[in-house]
Design a protein around this ligand. Structure first.
Ligand SMILES: Nc1ncnc2c1ncn2[C@@H]1O[C@H](COP(=O)(O)OP(=O)(O)OP(=O)(O)O)[C@@H](O)[C@H]1O
Ligand SMILES: [Mg+2]
Length: 504
C-alpha cells in the first residue's frame, strides 16, 4: 500500500473505500442534490462544508441508507451497493452520528450503547459484560460515566459522546459525523479530535460535517464544498485558508465575522440575587441595557441551567430576580415572557419548535402568547415570517413550509426568529449560533448588536470561545454550579476564561 501524503503524523492511503457518483435527490419543491460525485480513501478525513440547507445531511443520509437517491450509484470497497434501509449500511460497515441525536431517554447509558445488540450469556442478559464494555467504549471518546445511570439525566454533550461511542462499538469502515461538536465545549472537542485522529490512523475513513471552520484545519485532510446541492469545490486542507473556504461556500467574501459596534451601557435591567435551583448555588449577577453579557462554563458547570432557571423552567429554591427594578415571580415561562425575558434554548428541536407546523406559525408563536391578540392575522404573520426569512437568509420554499422538512440549521433560524420578533428587554440565548452557517452567524451577531443599540440586554450562554470573547461586554464564568469569576470583555482571553472555568 502506498501513501500519498501525511497530515499530523497520519498517513492516508490511496485506496478508495467508498464512492458515490451522479447522485441526485429531490424532495417536493426542493432539489436537494444534483449530480454529486464524492469519494473517500482509507484513513482519510473528508469534511463536508456548505451553508444551511446546502444538502450535506441529505448526502450522508443517502450514503447511510436513510434516503435512497433518485439516481446515481454507490460503491463500497469497489463493489456496488444499494442500501434500502439504514441497517444494511450499518452491516456493511458504515456508522453514522446524525445531526439529531437519537436515544431512548428512559433507559441506561449502557443499554443505549448496546441497543439491539445486548450481550447475553446462555440467553441471559450479561450485565457485567455490558457495563464493562460500555466503560471501555466510552473511554475511547474520553467519557467517564457510570453506565448504569439513565441517559435522560445526561447533558446534551454527554449524549452526543455516548452516541459516538455507540456507533464505534460496531466494526466500521466509514464513520460519518454530522456536526458532532455542535454541543461540545473546547475540552470535549479536543478529546473527540484525538479520537478522530486515532480512528483515521487505524484506517477508518471519516466524513465530517461542521460549521466551525477552525475545526476543519485540525481534523480534515480534504474539504468538499457543497452549494445548493452541487459539489462546487474540493480543497486539499494543506492549501485551504479560512477566506478561501468561506468564499467557496457562500460565494462571496465575508468582511466582518463579528460586526460588533457596541452600545452605550445604561442602567441595570436584570438583577439576579442569590439564585439557587437543583443545579445552581447562590448565583448573583446583573446585566445592563446596551450590554451583551456572556456566560461560560464547562459541561456540568450549571451555565446552561441559568437560562432555564430565569425562564421559569426549573424550580427556584431560593433567590430573587428583578427586571427593571421590579421583583419578578417566575414560576413558568409565561411569567418570564410577561416580565420581559425571552429564552432561546440549546436543544431547539424539542424545546423550541412545533415541527409539524409552518415556518410562519412557529415564527409568530411567542408573539401571540405574549400579546394575546383578539384576532389571528394571517397576512401580518406571513409578513413577519418573510421578514425573518430574508434577514437570516433562511432556506425554505416559503413561509408556509412545514418546519420539519427544513435542514437543521434552518430550523434553528426559525427558533431564533420567534424570540427576536418578541423584542424582549432581556434576551437570553443558549448557544445562539449552534448549527448555523458562517454567513448567517455574522448576520445574527449584527442583529444582537442592533438589539443592544435599541437599549435591550442580551445574555449569551455559549461554549464557542471566539464568539464569547468577540461579542461579550462582560463575561461570567461558572464552575460547579457557582460563579467562579467575572471578566471584562475587553481584557478577557481564552486562558483567563478557562482558568475560571476549571475552578479558578
Ligand atoms: N425530508 C425532507 N423533506 C423535504 N425537504 C427536505 C427534507 N430533508 C431535507 N430537505 C431539504 O433539502 C435541502 C437540503 O437539506 P439538508 O438537511 O441536506 O441541508 P444541510 O446542508 O444539512 O444544512 P444544515 O447545515 O442546516 O444542517 C433543504 O432545502 C431542506 O429543506
Ligand atoms: Mg444538516
Amino acid at each position: 500500500m502506498s501513501y500519498i501524503y501525511s497530515r499530523q503524523d497520519r498517513r492516508v492511503s490511496d485506496e478508495i473505500v467508498m464512492e458515490a457518483a451522479g447522485i441526485n435527490k429531490a424532495f417536493p419543491g426542493v432539489k436537494a442534490l444534483t449530480d454529486v460525485d464524492i469519494s473517500i480513501r482509507k484513513g482519510e478525513v473528508v469534511a463536508l462544508l456548505g451553508e444551511n440547507g446546502a444538502g450535506k445531511s441529505t448526502l450522508i443520509k443517502i450514503l447511510s441508507g436513510v434516503y435512497q437517491p433518485d439516481s446515481g450509484t454507490m460503491k463500497l470497497e469497489g463493489r456496488e451497493v444499494h442500501f434500502d434501509v439504514p441497517l444494511q449500511a450499518k452491516e456493511a460497515g458504515i456508522g453514522v452520528i446524525h445531526q439529531e441525536l437519537n436515544y431512548v431517554a428512559s433507559v441506561s447509558v449502557a443499554e443505549n450503547i448496546f441497543m439491539g445488540n445486548i450481550p447475553t450469556r446462555h440467553g441471559i442478559v450479561d450485565y457485567k459484560t455490558m457495563y464493562e464494555e460500555s466503560r471501555k467504549i466510552m473511554a475511547k471518546v474520553g467519557l467517564e460515566l457510570d453506565p448504569k445511570i439513565c441517559i435522560g439525566t445526561c447533558s446534551v454533550a454527554q449524549k452526543q459522546l455516548i452516541e459516538i461511542a455507540k456507533v464505534i462499538s460496531n466494526d466500521i469502515k466509514v464513520l460519518i459525523m454530522d456536526e458532532p461538536t455542535s454541543s461540545l465545549n473546547d475540552i470535549e472537542t479536543k478529546n473527540l479530535f484525538q479520537f478522530i485522529h486515532k480512528a483515521a490512523s487505524e484506517g477508518i475513513s471519516i466524513f465530517y460535517i461542521s460549521h466551525k471552520l477552525d475545526e476543519l484545519f485540525e481534523v480534515a485532510d480534504r474539504v468538499v464544498v457543497i452549494r445548493d446541492g452541487c459539489v462546487t469545490a474540493q480543497i486539499d486542507m494543506k492549501e485551504a485558508t479560512r477566506q478561501l473556504l468561506i468564499s467557496r461556500m457562500v460565494g462571496r467574501d465575508l468582511t466582518a465575522m463579528y460586526p460588533k459596534e457596541g452600545a452605550p451601557i445604561g442602567e441595570t435591567i436584570l438583577e439576579v440575587q442569590d439564585l439557587s435551583t437543583d443545579w445552581l448555588k447562590g448565583i448573583s449577577f446583573h446585566a445592563r441595557r446596551g450590554e451583551i453579557f456572556g456566560i461560560y462554563g464547562l459541561m456540568g458547570s450549571g451555565h446552561q441551567e441559568i437560562g432555564s432557571a430565569l425562564f421559569g423552567k426549573d424550580i427556584i429554591h431560593h433567590g430573587k430576580i428583578l427586571v427593571n427594578g421590579k421583583p419578578a415571580k417566575i414560576k413558568r415561562p409565561m411569567d418570564a415572557i410577561r416580565a420581559g425575558i425571552a429564552y432561546v434554548p440549546a436543544e431547539r428541536k424539542t424545546e423550541g419548535l412545533v415541527l409539524n407546523q409552518s415556518v410562519a406559525v412557529n415564527t409568530v408563536a411567542a408573539y401571540y402568547s405574549k400579546t394575546h391578540p383578539l384576532f389571528v392575522n394571517r397576512k401580518r404573520d406571513s409578513q413577519i415570517a418573510k421578514k425573518w426569512i430574508e434577514s437570516l437568509s433562511t432556506k425554505t420554499p416559503s413561509e408556509n413550509t412545514i418546519v420539519e422538512s427544513l435542514s437543521g440549521g434552518n430550523q434553528q433560524k426559525v427558533v431564533l426568529s420567534k424570540w427576536l420578533e418578541l423584542k424582549p428587554d432581556v434576551l437570553i440565548l443558549n448557544e445562539p449560533t449552534r448549527g448555523i452557517d458562517v454567513g448567517a452567524k455574522a448576520e445574527i451577531y449584527k442583529i444582537l448588536d442592533r438589539l443592544v443599540n435599541e437599549g435591550k440586554c442580551v445574555i449569551i450562554i455559549t461554549s464557542e470561545m471566539p464568539e464569547l470573547l468577540a461579542m461579550s461586554d462582560r463575561i461570567m464564568v461558572m464552575f460547579e454550579g457557582q460563579v467562579s469569576g467575572f471578566l471584562d470583555g475587553k481584557d478577557a482571553t481564552q486562558e483567563s476564561v478557562v482558568q475560571y472555568a476549571i475552578g479558578g
